[in-house]
Design a protein around this ligand. Sequence first.
Ligand code: PEP
Ligand code: MG
Length: 318
Amino acid sequence: RRAAVRAAAAEAAHTRDGVRIEAFANLGSVADAQAAVAAGAEGCGLLRTEFLFLDRATPPDADEQAALYRAVADTLDGRPVIVRLLDIGGDKPAPWLPLPAEENPALGVRGIRVGLRHRDVLDTQLRAILSAGAACRIMLPMVASVAELTEVRGAVERLRADMGVAHAVQVGVMVETPAAAITADLLARHADFLSIGTNDLTQYTLAMDRGNDGVAGGVDGLHPAVLRLIGETCRGAARHARWTGVCGGLASDPLAVPILIGLGVTELSATPALVPEVKAAIRAATLADCRDLAARAVAADSAGAVRDLARAFAREMV
Ligand code: PEP
Ligand code: MG
């Protein structure tokens, strides 16, 4: 079976009845990009840019950033690269940007809120992405309001004109807050795509700190509350003919894959090494089977009950 999974890894993945689901990879470096291509990834669904910004006294300038984004894009050889705007603050401090201490950093100035308060940092990164080539797309982390998206979109268009960039640039949002999931239809009016960050969406939906060992057992993205928000996100995006992906940890969980597809997700961005397993899970069932499983999952009592359903489903599909 392992050999079959590997052999099929290079090909695009469809459900058993022929619905195309994109298998992308989450990347943090050029080495990750090489691993992703070898594993059969069709693009990068989340380039974590934080690593370029942390552990240093001054932030990288636009040229340094662009060189890295271009190197990742070159390695992916024309496949799309979704570059996430700097996601610091909260649990990810950067020494060159002293942010005030906060009593509740997970609910404070983090993600896109940092960029909107430090426009020089945001503009420098946008310039770098715009100059890194037509494969690069832009994605905003930790969005809670439409205005955050329209502000960044405005900045992108201003810089594009300013720099004479000819190619159109897609701008999408991460759905990591319950607010973004519930108002996905409003966001989708202004976004080219939505990508669900299930790690944060789970912690904010369940009000459980993803890094707190005391509640670690409960932080499961297969909780029916999280699944209902994922379904709501897909419905909102579809109203404006936008696609919804998942770039959080749930996309790397083969048990979750048929549920996500059944809820309406059409792009899964996983850890590079798990892309072949994700493709195998996509190919295992029909869309109708996935929808039936998803309907039972959102009606289940607990994440544990959803996992039982998903395990039984995986056994039936072999
Ligand atoms: C997420 O929250 O699911 C996500 C992909 O972002 P990060 O894990 O980097 O917060
Ligand atoms: Mg996140």
